[in-house]
Write a protein that binds this ligand. Structure first.
Ligand code: A3D
Length: 320
């Protein structure tokens, strides 16, 4: 059977890391696309030359021509600009919306059967716009944010409790921004919910609140340290987890920016929710119950995403 074809649209920091992970995990052949001439070709060749050492059988090629993504099974989109210190994700909206138009049309014309994972920020608005421009089915276009935000939460919790990250689960929902909603009640260590661990004296409510805030600020913390761009290792790993769930029909339950129409009281919008990813793409949205406080936080996050979508429509009237 032919290897799956994985198109990476954007060959910058995340794009290059994605290509490396795809090769190391032998998930499929890689086409790296970018508008910058030489960048995708150079990265693809450099990575291919690591093959004999790493012992992977994967073809990697770089291109500036959308025709080369033809027939891709998965497209992961990182094209656009990242933020610099002092910028919010929302400051990227104007520039990256134009990029989503070009990318959406490129995917529509060349890889209409692909499962598309968007990473470009501001995430929830960009994945919505990418879906609109591409015209692909909603269940085949999804945004990566919740897996990353939850991974950050899990990392901080594992450090606080001095336990293996493998035994820490966490759930971060809502929009990928300052209003994201880390849900302590649905986050556990070995199945024990965080509020119980506070009662058991494993940590204090103050420390847990600080970890939740650090999770919300997780992207900005890295931007502040790097100064020249934003996080790329953990975002790439998170998107690969989603791509693998699709390619291997794993039915993973992962928080993703998915199109929600009916569940969680939402009518037709993209926002971070628990989903099941399998061969059908987003196969299910998990309609979880929230407490009044959790619902209030989620509603605030939903409103922030709606504001960004309205801003997209104001910039590009073809989006209705
Ligand atoms: P960077 O290293 O700048 O790579 C972006 C690449 O996109 C560059 O190589 C550009 O040449 C290329 N590009 C620009 N315009 C186009 C176009 N029209 N078509 C094709 N390629 C184009 O950035 P990065 O890889 O660090 O980040 C990429 C995006 O991911 C940014 O928007 C970040 O804000 C975003 N990001 C999102 C998360 C989430 O959790 C959602 C996390 C980290 C970064």
């Amino acid at each position: 059977m032919a290897r799956p074809k994985i198109a990476l649209i954007g060959a910058g920091q995340i794009g290059g890391t994605l290509a490396h992970l795809v090769a190391l995990k032998e998930l499929g052949d890689v086409v790296l696309f970018d508008i910058s001439e030489g960048t995708p070709q150079g990265k693809a060749l450099d990575l291919a030359e690591s093959g004999p050492v790493e012992k992977f059988d994967v073809k990697l090629r770089g291109t500036n021509d959308y025709a080369d993504i033809a027939g891709a099974d998965v497209c992961i989109v990182t094209a656009g600009v990242p933020r610099k210190p002092g910028m919010s994700r929302d400051d990227l909206l104007g520039i990256n919306l134009k990029v989503m138009k070009a990318v959406g049309e490129g995917i529509r014309d060349n890889a209409p059967d692909a499962f598309v994972i968007c990473i470009t920020n501001p995430l929830d608005a960009m994945v919505w716009a990418l879906r609109e421009f591409s015209g692909l089915p909603h269940e085949k276009v999804v945004g990566m944010a919740g897996v990353l935000d939850s991974a950050r939460f899990r990392h901080f919790l594992a450090e606080e409790f001095d336990v293996s990250m493998r035994d820490v689960t966490a759930f971060v929902l809502g929009g990928h921004g300052d209003t994201m909603v880390p849900l302590a009640r649905y986050s556990t260590v070995g199945g024990i919910p965080l509020p119980d661990l506070v009662e058991m004296g494993w940590t204090s409510q103050e420390k847990l609140d600080a970890i939740i805030q650090r999770t919300r600020d997780g992207g900005a913390e890295i931007v502040g340290l790097l100064k020249t761009g934003s996080a790329f290792y953990a975002p790439a790993s998170s998107a690969i987890e989603m791509a693998e769930a699709y390619l291997k029909d794993q039915k993973r339950l992962l928080p993703c920016a998915a199109y929600v129409d009916g569940a969680l009281g939402l009518n037709g919008m993209y926002v971070g929710v628990p989903t099941v990813i399998g061969a059908g793409g987003i196969e299910r949205i998990v309609d979880i119950r929230m407490t009044r406080d959790e619902q209030a936080m989620f509603d605030k996050s939903v409103d922030a995403v709606k504001g960004l979508v309205e801003a997209c429509k104001a910039i590009d009237p073809s989006l209705t």
